[in-house]
Design a protein around this ligand. Structure first.
Ligand code: SAM
Length: 292
């Protein structure tokens, strides 16, 4: 194989067994593989990060596009397969690491890397379900470096992400996503598109970082703290949940009834009924109190 070659990598023959502990449900249906790559629309001048390359179903098509591919894979047993199949392509790099521990900004701007250091990358992942919400939270923190993300989730996570006010699925993750990302559900993926087949339905989403975010960076931690306290016990009212908040947040809030009243939020409401603007109003009032 030619070291400088780009495109048309040959698939390998030996494939390790799928491991449940790593959330391994490998995509085998070519239609869906192509649909995901088409949704990402990789171009030669772009850098693409793939989380959980697995047996390389998506990786192979991504390499063919000519884009610079940085694939992350945690399972050591899959590394020889990925290196064997794609290691010689100059537009492919493999990072053997836990994606939850990767600093994506550092990964892109690594001075030692022989890839050019782009300011932004696209991200694609058929996420292992056991870490999908943790990864999403991490991606939101590092959202500035991603122009687009095409992510596959369990459908129930998609329902949570897109839940409107009043829907019982609405929670911490919904509000975080709503605050920072524009989302679009693209298509469902049935269990038989994977090997082994998961017990649940999956769906692919496009997530794009909002150019204008209504929450200033310095209020981001307060926003997370308040959401986390507000949603602690979903059946309780916002008042009762905030009453049980961590001491440092309670100190910032002061009189909880007054805060809710100032924001025109009925204290008997549950957190799931609040709109993003109502949450923003709450942190604005809190932040301003802190300044006084
Ligand atoms: N992209 C492949 C596909 O579509 O067939 C594999 C998808 S499979 C659902 C998830 C992949 O993520 C597995 O290869 C698994 O080993 C890997 N993985 C699991 N936990 C990970 C982690 N913390 N960091 C990086 N990769 C991880």
């Amino acid at each position: 194989m030619n070291k400088s070659k780009i495109g048309n990598p040959k698939p390998a023959i030996q494939k390790p067994f799928a491991k449940k502990s790593f959330g391994q449900n490998f995509l085998v249906d070519q239609n869906y593989i192509e649909k995901i790559v088409a949704a990402l629309n990789p171009r030669k001048d772009e850098t693409i990060i793939e989380i959980g390359a697995g047996r390389g179903a998506l990786t192979e098509k991504l390499i063919e596009s000519g884009a610079k591919i940085i694939a992350i894979e945690l399972d050591r047993d899959l590394i020889p397969l990925l290196r064997g199949n794609f290691g010689e392509y100059e537009n492919f790099r493999l990072i053997e690491q836990d994606a939850l521990k990767v600093d994506f900004a550092e990964l892109l701007n690594n001075p030692k890397s022989d890839f050019p250091n782009p300011k932004k990358a696209k991200l694609v992942a058929n996420l292992p379900y056991y870490i999908s919400t943790a990864i999403l939270q991490k991606l939101i923190r590092q959202r500035g470096i991603f122009s687009w993300m095409i992510l596959m989730f369990q459908r129930e996570v998609v329902d949570r992400i897109t839940a409107k006010p009043g829907n019982s699925e609405r929670g911490f993750l919904t509000l975080l996503v709503e605050a920072y990302l524009n989302t679009e559900k693209l298509f469902d993926v049935p269990p038989n598109a994977f090997q082994p087949s998961p017990k649940v339905q999956s769906a692919v989403m496009r997530l794009i970082t909002k150019e204008v975010c209504k929450i200033d960076v310095e209020k981001e931690d307060l926003f997370r703290e308040l959401l986390s306290a507000g949603f602690t016990q979903k059946r309780k009212t916002i008042l009762n949940n905030l009453r049980n908040a961590q001491p440092n947040l309670k100190e910032k809030i002061g009189n909880i009834e007054n805060l809710l009243e100032n924001c025109r939020i009925d204290s008997k409401r549950r957190a799931e009924t609040l709109t993003l603007n109502e949450w923003i109003n709450l942190i604005e009032k809190l932040h301003n109190c802190g300044d006084n």
